[in-house]
Design a protein around this ligand. Structure first.
Ligand code: KG4
Length: 354
């Protein structure tokens, strides 16, 4: 009988403090998460210093609760995995150092996880997806199209050259005085728009990079255009119409870029059949629907991890640790925290944390 492997995963790279535990059968033994929405909402975005302090306040208890959920002691673990980047460095250091301390005290292997790799490998936990597959990662910190070739092997087809898509949703929502994080509020407000076509004509927005051969994204011009509409309309602003126009524009941009990536993926990886979306913005219903139709049209199977595993979480870190553990890929305790850590070392210019 093969011995059961159990891994604790710790995530603190942005504004979610999270701890998850998985076993080698792919069972989730614990999934504890605390979002810091209340700490950051008055600023309309994540404040790195506040995030780091909040991680420090919450993490110990959260790990303790995860261990109780799983009915385990630290000595029952096979290894400890923690995000070592990319992300807000203060927060990354809190989680990484906690993980190292647990590993050192129990004499367990420590596995330093690239947060993006954890998103990328999640569909292997949720859907047993085989390599290679195409991944669209759309979150508050990242926007990129990647071919996931294997553990540690990624090809970046395109990424944002300025803001992440979730950042654009959040900043646009702030301009319209919607709640934070704004993505879900924009979706909800857009649903109140009776005539989406008229909304788009009333509040036209640019589709930066559309039609370009390279597969990068750009969202900063879009945010500026939203600001211009808000300032011009003042009290007459029709928020439902502007949210609808913004959301439709996002669907257009994401689908246009992704369709090009699908064609490249099918040509260069004929064995690949899967297309995955992940990251918090993957919760957006019109974006999800648009991409699922696109996958069908391009003869790819569509996968979207359940919403609680789409955004940042500790389970994905534990699972990435599991994949690396099975390959014997442990780290020494001097592995550093990295604010930037691209998955594909050959990718060109880099503007965001990934
Ligand atoms: O992956 P995630 O949980 O963590 C970060 O990367 O921070 O993503 C959070 C992002 C936020 O920008 C939030 O506004 C966005 O995901 N989001 C959405 C929706 N739900 C969450 N954006 C659009 N529509 C949604 N329904």
């Amino acid at each position: 009988m093969t011995e059961e492997i159990i891994i604790l995963g710790i995530e603190t790279s942005c504004d979610e403090t999270a701890a998850g535990i998985v076993n080698s059968k792919g069972e989730i033994l614990a999934n504890r998460l605390l979002t810091q929405v209340d700490e950051h909402k008055m600023y309309g975005g994540v404040v790195p210093e506040i995030a780091a302090r909040a991680h420090l306040d919450y993490l110990d208890k959260l790990i303790e609760k995860a261990m109780v959920d799983a009915g385990l002691n630290f000595s029952d673990l096979s290894a400890v995995a923690a995000t070592c980047g990319p992300g807000l460095i203060g927060g990354v250091m809190v989680g990484m150092m906690s993980g190292k301390a647990i590993a050192a005290s129990q004499n367990l292997p420590f596995i330093g996880i690239n947060h993006l790799e954890a998103h990328a490998l999640t569909p292997r936990l949720t859907d047993s997806l085989e390599f290679p597959f195409l991944l669209l990662l759309i979150s508050g910190m990242n926007t990129q199209l990647l071919v996931v070739e294997g553990v540690g092997s990624y090809k970046c087809l395109g990424k944002t050259i300025d803001d992440a898509i979730g950042e654009c949703f959040d900043k646009s929502g702030r301009l319209m005085d919607l709640g934070y994080p704004a993505g879900p509020y924009i979706q909800k407000t857009a649903e109140q728009c009776a005539d989406p076509a008229a909304a788009r004509a009333k509040y036209p927005l640019p589709t930066p990079m559309k039609g370009r051969k390279e597969l990068d994204f750009s969202f900063s011009g879009l945010k500026t255009a939203v600001r211009n509409h808000v300032q011009k309309e003042g009290d007459d602003l029709d928020k439902a119409a502007l949210c609808s126009s913004l959301q439709q524009t996002m669907v257009d941009i994401v689908c246009e870029r992704t369709e090009k990536a699908m064609k490249i993926f099918k040509r260069e990886y004929p064995a690949g059949t899967g297309f995955v979306i992940s990251g918090g913005v993957a919760a957006n219903r019109p974006i999800r629907e648009g991409l699922s139709i696109l996958a069908k049209q391009n003869a790819l199977d569509f996968f979207a991890p359940p919403l609680n595993l789409c955004g940042d979480n500790g389970v994905m870190i534990a699972w990435a640790g599991m994949e690396r553990y099975k390959l014997g890929q442990y780290d020494t305790l001097d592995i550093p925290a990295r604010p930037r850590w691209p998955l594909d070392p050959n990718e060109g210019r880099v503007a965001t944390s990934g």
